[in-house]
Design a protein around this ligand. Sequence first.
Ligand code: TMP
Length: 237
Amino acid sequence: MQKGEFLYEGKAKRIYATDEPGILWMEFKDDATAGNGAKRGTIGDKGRINAEITRRVYEHLEASGVRTHLVRTESPTVLLVKKLEMFHLEVVVRNIAAGSLVKRIGLEEGREMAQPIVELYLKDDALGDPILNDEHVIALGLASPEELAGLKAAARRVNELLRPYFEERGILLVDFKLEFGKENGAIVLGDEVTPDTCRFWDAKTREKLDKDRFRQDLGGVEEAYQEVLRRVDAPHA
Ligand code: TMP
């Protein structure tokens, strides 16, 4: 597979075309940002770690019937993925209170939700990804009512599959962000599932094993990412 034209650079990935129509080259970077770009840095080996975690998680989801954009690993930091028609939405699922939910509603960090919460955000860096409700999504034409129901159902299904997947690896899946697109009208999971886009806590100690270590200057950032990959590679360890 040949890397083609440069298409797009996000905060953590670079996207290129390939010589195969409909297949994109997704290169994971070591760059890290927080606070919508206010804080910048790099996390050693993050590109490779996040590419490998995403591959493993998406293979697990595919094996359980969730459609994802993953085609295959091309190199340690590159995944080949299907080109999707992306929704301009971020879909967040929360199992335990943390992050912006704690700030916005004043909940105690670590409080278990009575049921998972699915939230929708507009994918727009200039606006700081504002939160939306279902009516905004439909009135703004970001998804049809059927698509919105499909997105929420898919996000809940991913949560039902990934909570036990990480629990078997001694990790609490606190919350996470997904991005979906469409392929021939079907909803397909795109983007990535990594310590950049999820909150992972050690199940025993509740130690943070995700980008909050970078956001909050907790130290041990690279080690936390490596630890998540180690546990994804070796369940029950
Ligand atoms: P939040 O608590 O900051 O709203 O984040 C919820 C989850 O979504 C957390 O696991 C981090 C992830 N997330 C992203 O991956 N990208 C984003 O732009 C935001 C705001 C959150």
